[in-house]
Design a protein around this ligand. Structure first.
Ligand SMILES: [Zn+2]
Length: 392
């Protein structure tokens, strides 16, 4: 992966926070690094009153980052929250309010504690496709040791928030060395850091490049460029499927069909029923794609299994807030059909699943694809899908 750092553009940034925003836009502008609100970045700066942590606001997008995207918090106050006994995300957000430098402010990123704990001026977190394609496999430990070792120690999967921040800090303290430039978050993404904006950004690029080189060396990089020609989308079939899905969703959804070569090739794989039912490459995708796609036409069967999964991991009260209708349908004839409550949501779901297809295809070329545990995906679907407020 090429660094897009440009000294002339960087020189136009008239403050460290403006430079932080510039490097964030470089990351956010590449959909193979983050998609639609995914990922987060931060800057720590000394001020008269003590060190300030500027961290991305939770509803903002790195691709459009400006100085206003970042929420300023007193670092010592945030670090006290990190030292508290385990907190759920609602409790963590309440505790973080004490550290806000001014109000109103954007709600700080769910990963604020992770940014605070790592002892570097700049921290970047992405869900880089290549890193997930290399490491989302059942032998993650062995692949990690081969690709990264101490350059980016492996953090076992933890839910975003207090638990993940603690795990990152513990891993960094136990395994970080002088040449450590980041951390790998198992079945989630990657963190890079540094003490100046260019170094932190280019450390992320370097970590992604390591994964790309591994995939190329394993002949796991190339995606199918041509698939057996699929029949043109059969509108009647899609209409019937759409009607059934609307009934389960309890609302009229919008659909978006993708039938390019990698998608058709994926939908026609003989092992589709196995590789597509593990879960998304990173938990955030489940907000738009659900944990697993529908394969075939049995919408009622899908909904029954999905309801059982939500009930098991969230309990019936929270489960009842989420509909059990699929958002992605895969079919060897039409490829992928994504559903959303708006045209925009349907397109985002389609785009996220296209990235999952690339990741799962590459991971399956060198190992057995795995995702975060089902319980973790259910929690992500609930929390990042905005259901916490409705449940309160
Ligand atoms: Zn993340």
């Amino acid at each position: 992966m090429q660094s897009l750092w440009n000294d002339i553009d960087a020189a136009h940034c008239d403050s460290p926070l403006a430079l932080r925003a510039y490097a964030s836009r470089l990351l956010g502008g590449d959909p193979t690094l983050v998609l639609h609100g995914g990922g987060n970045t931060s800057l720590k700066r000394e001020a008269k009153s003590g060190c300030v942590l500027y961290v991305k606001g939770t509803v903002s997008d790195l691709a459009q980052a400006t100085e206003q995207t970042f929420t300023p918090l007193r670092l010592d106050s945030v670090l006290r929250v990190l030292e508290q006994p385990p907190l759920d995300n609602a409790g963590m957000m309440r505790a973080l309010e004490d550290g806000l430098l001014h109000r109103p402010a954007l709600k700080p990123s769910i990963e604020t504690l992770m940014h605070a704990g790592l002892p570097f001026a700049l921290v970047e977190h992405t869900h880089a496709d290549s890193v997930l394609a290399a490491l989302n496999v059942d032998n993650i430990q062995a692949v990690h040791a081969e690709v990264y070792g101490v350059r980016a120690p492996l953090v076992p999967y933890q839910h975003s928030g207090h638990a993940l921040a603690r795990a990152c800090l513990d891993t960094f303290r136990a395994r970080g060395m002088a040449n450590t430039i980041g951390l790998i978050l198992a079945f989630h993404g990657v963190v890079a850091f540094g003490n100046d904006a260019r170094t932190a950004y280019e450390n992320m690029i370097e970590l992604v490049t390591f994964a790309e080189e591994f995939l190329k060396a394993r002949n796991a990089w190339r995606l199918p460029e041509a698939a057996p020609v699929a029949a043109a989308p059969d509108t009647q079939t899609l209409d019937a499927l759409h009607t059934e899905i609307n009934a389960i969703a309890g609302t009229a959804l919008v659909r978006h069909v993708i039938g390019d070569a990698p998608t058709i090739a994926y939908a026609q794989r003989p092992d589709l029923a196995q590789i597509s039912q593990q879960g998304p490459a990173t938990p955030q995708h489940a907000v738009y794609t659900k944990r697993v796609p529908l394969i075939g036409r049995d919408v009622a069967g899908y909904a029954a299994r999905y309801r059982e999964y939500l009930d098991t991991h969230l309990g019936k009260t929270h489960s009842s807030l989420i509909d059990a209708a699929p958002r992605i349908a895969l079919d060897p004839a039409f490829g992928l059909c994504a559903f959303g409550t708006t045209e925009r949501e349907a397109r985002i779901a389609a785009q996220m699943y296209q990235h999952d297809i690339a990741i799962i295809t590459r991971a399956s070329s060198h190992g057995r694809y795995r995702s975060a545990p089902a319980a973790a995906i259910a929690l992500a679907e609930f929390e990042y899908g905005g259901y916490t407020a409705r449940a309160a």
